[in-house]
Design a protein around this ligand. Structure first.
Ligand SMILES: CC(=O)SCCNC(=O)CCNC(=O)[C@H](O)C(C)(C)COP(=O)(O)OP(=O)(O)OC[C@H]1O[C@@H](n2cnc3c(N)ncnc32)[C@H](O)[C@@H]1OP(=O)(O)O
Ligand SMILES: CC(C)C(=O)C(=O)O
Length: 562
């Protein structure tokens, strides 16, 4: 039994008239990437300058307009990186960089030194306000903690006089979720008063779930509650900064947006301290799949993943929403069947809206259309195998044949695990197209005899084949090519057959001038049925080859049953 009594819940506020549950996310928030600060500070090996530059440029390309580039007073590399961005003019006009500092005089002064030459910046100051940190870290009263914040704010204000650019103040009551809400409001209001915040000179008030402490609805209640209690909600931008300790950072962010947050700080793929910051890719893409413009461009998600993995040395997990290697892959049979049908219907109907079972997003929207959506293992069924044959190789297997072929593939997957598309195609070739024993097609001639009054048929088929090593030429008559070919086999001692099914189509993938024919034969007097496939530029040849393929399979069945 685990000792759960060791833990207790943080006291929650009462907000029975909460409004957020009835709302929807209707527009993108202001996004602020903290990859280069919160993300970076949590890495085993923090990024080198070149990596920071690459990450910065990627964030700009994705559309971030606010980017926390670091903690310039913390180390030389952080300082130098900001200087490089400024001196090399790497910051686009429509992007504002943000820098973090504790509310300590020498750190704030050093931060301003690093900012020289910038025309605008967000200066982000923080101090922890939580009950726990006031007690164990600072050992200070509420008034003293508030004073750290207001002194920090006053110093930033004073230093603005020596700075040529525009400063936007951001203040975070760090560990907000562990703070009494009324006290958090009091401290933030005090900071805004010192700054002289007005609707035209707003302060960014950032309310971090520094440690995620409760269910997402509790964070939403906290955000709605403080949003109602600030002295003047119009003189601030309400920002959130969720972490993911309970694994619900994305949900908490979404609910906090419903509760009135204007701005979200987070990172790509949720990098950050411990379990990470909120994953902005997921939050943004969740908006996208509900028809809301996220104002960030993840249309080349694999490229973003590549830069992320290279710069952070972290890996994006295979199940990571939208970006994971396996998220556009279905192994199980019923999923594959439904995806296969759904994609066909979507294309056939030319639907405006993407509605495909098990695929909440069209993989093409994140440039992942070339990956196999359907992968085959022993849990897969005929739908998946048919999908692979169709979408990758262009063979539209008749429905009645799909189970037949899928059972061959399943034998392989049961013995060997996942079966690659190439292996499936090889098996198909071996089983149906290249099975040329004991009969092998050599050539055929189809003669139009419709004008010949001495018989009742319209076509004569002359088929040359290699039969157990001997060349034979056989003839048959019928009213069409298939009839005539069938007759040639039946009247020359081959397993007298019923043709149960037939279909053909042009092969569009790879060999554009060829056709594929599929036949299902039953050997007369038995219950043995077999499918055969023939491929050739001439459709009659393809059909005769398909008959021979099916007969070879019948011979094999007869041999096996002896
Ligand atoms: C939740 C977050 O992610 S917040 C961001 C955290 N990020 C980082 O800390 C990364 C960069 N930090 C650093 O490199 C270092 O901490 C520095 C350079 C900023 C400061 O270094 P140091 O002064 O040597 O150490 P340290 O950070 O441990 O300082 C602790 C002191 O600062 C005080 N302090 C901590 N945070 C704050 C704050 N936000 N405002 C004011 N004082 C603070 C502590 O109470 C403590 O005071 P004490 O010495 O009187 O006990
Ligand atoms: C500085 C603050 C915003 C922070 O990183 C946190 O609380 O997680």
């Amino acid at each position: 039994m685990m000792n759960y009594q060791k833990y207790k819940r943080f006291e929650t506020i009462s907000l029975p008239d909460r409004t957020w549950p009835d709302k929807h996310i209707e527009k993108a928030p202001i996004w602020c990437s903290v990859d280069l600060r919160d993300g970076n500070q949590a890495l085993v090996t923090p990024m080198k300058i070149e990596e920071k530059v690459e990450m910065f440029q990627t964030l700009v390309d994705l559309g971030f307009k606010e980017i926390e580039v670091g903690f310039p007073s913390a180390s030389q590399i952080e300082y130098d990186f900001l200087r490089l961005l400024i001196e090399e003019h790497l910051i686009p006009d429509d992007v504002t960089v943000q820098v973090l500092t504790q509310c300590r005089e020498h750190l704030i002064r050093r931060t301003f030194e690093a900012l020289k030459g910038l025309d605008k910046a967000i200066v982000h100051i923080y101090n922890s306000t939580s009950i726990l940190q006031r007690d164990v870290v600072f050992n200070k009263s509420k008034e003293e903690i508030k004073k750290i914040a207001t002194d920090g704010c006053q110093l930033v204000k004073d230093l603005c006089g020596e700075f040529d650019g525009k400063v936007i103040l951001e203040y975070s009551p760090e560990s907000f979720t562990g703070t009494e809400m009324d006290y958090a409001v009091e401290v933030c209001d005090a900071v805004m008063d010192v700054w002289g915040a007005t609707p035209d000179n707003k302060v960014i008030i950032n309310l971090p779930a520094t440690v995620e402490m409760d269910t997402p609805n509790v964070y939403a209640d906290q955000i709605e509650y403080v949003g109602r209690h600030f002295k003047d909600r119009n003189r601030m931008i309400l920002s959130i900064h969720p972490h993911n300790d309970r694994g619900t950072g994305v949900a908490a962010t979404e609910l906090a947006l419903l509760a009135g947050a204007d701005r979200v700080e987070g990172t790509l793929f949720g990098n950050g301290e411990r379990t990470g910051n909120v994953d902005i890719v997921t939050v943004a893409m969740n908006m996208f799949v509900q028809g809301v413009d996220p104002k960030l461009d993840f249309s080349h998600i694999n490229d973003v993943k590549h830069v992320y993995e290279k710069c952070t040395k972290m890996e994006v997990g295979p199940r990571q929403p939208y970006a994971g290697q396996l998220v556009f892959t279905a192994f199980s049979g019923s999923h594959q069947d439904a995806i296969n049908k759904g994609i066909h219907k979507y294309r056939e109907r030319g639907s405006k809206y993407w509605e495909v079972p098990y695929l909440p997003i069209d993989p093409a929207d994140v440039n992942r259309q070339y990956e196999p959506i359907v992968r085959i293992n022993s849990q897969s069924g005929k739908g998946g195998v048919a999908y692979v044959m169709d979408t990758i190789f262009g063979y539209h297997l008749p429905k009645a044949m799909q189970a037949d072929f899928a059972s061959d593939v399943q034998k392989i997957s049961e013995a060997e695990g996942e079966v690659s598309p190439e292996r499936i195609f090889d098996t198909f070739n071996k089983d149906y197209i290249e099975n040329e024993q004991p009969l092998k097609f050599v050539s055929q001639k189809l003669i139009d005899i419709s004008e010949d009054s001495s018989n009742d048929f319209e076509r004569e088929a002359i088929i040359k084949l290699n039969d157990h090593g001997n060349i034979r030429i056989i003839e048959g008559y019928g009213n069409g090519p298939i009839d005539a070919a069938k007759d040639a086999f039946n009247r020359n001692g081959y397993p007298y057959m019923h043709l149960l099914d037939y279909s053909e189509h042009a092969l569009t993938s790879g060999s554009s001038s060829k056709a594929a024919a599929y036949v299902c034969l039953r050997a007369k007097g038995t219950s043995i049925t077999e499918w055969g496939v023939g491929v050739h530029a001439n459709i009659t040849t393809a059909t005769i080859k398909a008959m021979i393929s099916a007969m070879n399979r019948i011979y094999k069945r007869l041999d096996d049953s002896k």
